[in-house]
Ligand binder design. Structure first.
Ligand SMILES: [Zn+2]
Length: 273
């Protein structure tokens, strides 16, 4: 047998042996560490702090010189946001837009401007993998509907039995206020009003009026401040800070359902074309 044929016969079974072929690269790509869904409704849900995955080649953040530095995870908010999206689809028969971080806040904080969000250049594509689809969702909703609602879902432990509203005291819902007045932010068919009527304690309370200030720690971060309707996006943005009691393993699904019912009612009152 000529030598080249022998070599060929040996090479074929060798290539089939595990470990002989080059291993595929299994490290997650930026788009693998952010869950996204394209929508059909004028509703966008974002959850930047519920992920638990490491970012390849990126060390944990140290926060040197960063004000209000934290790496705490908002437990079960990724699950809450995705369950909310599924429940809203059942309610309205269309899909909301969804952007949910799978990466851990220890590596990237998507609710901060880039200079405070990550410390290694290798993290930038993952940060962008969060904000690019969020930006695209806001633009698509604005073009299709001329306005919409963005809920930025978070968790807080300081007020465990409260859901706090963050709109920078009305700034990030400017369009909603201009079109429908303050009742669209706190009235009985507002998102927070519906939650209150469903038995949740909300802050500010819905009968507290326009002057009631939002809890300063939860009044609204980078996401609502970037995409809110005081900017060019025309999307009314509310940071929803869910207390621990409403988002533990046994309660988050009910909270998601009740939030979906609240947003469906809001949609029918204020967002329907
Ligand atoms: Zn958060």
């Amino acid at each position: 047998m000529p030598l080249y044929r022998l070599a060929f016969l040996l090479a074929v079974p060798l290539a089939l042996l595990p470990g002989v072929r080059a291993r595929p690269d299994i490290s997650p790509k930026p788009e693998d560490l952010v869950y996204t869904q394209k929508g059909t409704l004028p509703v966008i849900v974002s959850a930047p702090h519920g992920g638990g995955k490491a970012v390849p080649g990126v060390a944990e953040r140290r926060g040197v010189g960063i004000k209000l530095f934290t790496t705490a995870r908002d437990g079960n908010t990724a699950e809450l946001a995705r369950t909310f999206a599924a429940e809203l689809e059942k309610e309205l028969g269309g899909k909301p837009w969804v952007v949910v971080a799978r990466f851990d806040r220890k590596y990237i904080d998507a609710n901060r401007p880039p200079d405070g969000a990550y410390e290694a250049e290798a993290a930038k594509p993952y940060y962008d993998a969060y904000h690019d689809p969020l930006t695209a969702a806001c633009k698509a909703v604005r073009e299709a509907y001329g306005g919409g609602l963005l809920l930025d879902v978070h968790g807080q432990g300081a007020l465990p039995d409260v859901i706090c509203r963050g709109t920078r005291n009305g700034t990030t819902v400017k369009l909603l206020k201009d079109r429908h007045g303050w009742r669209a932010v706190t009235g009985k068919n507002s998102v927070m009003g519906r939650l209150e009527r469903a038995g949740y304690k909300v802050m500010p309370a819905c009968d507290a009026g326009e002057d009631a200030r939002e809890e300063v720690r939860f009044a609204g971060g980078h996401i609502v401040n970037t995409y809110g309707s005081h900017t060019g996006y025309a999307i009314d943005a509310i940071q929803v800070e869910v207390g621990t009691k409403y988002r533990d393993r046994d309660t988050y699904a009910k909270t998601a359902r009740d939030l979906a019912a609240a947003v469906a009612a809001f949609h029918d009152e204020y967002l329907k074309k």
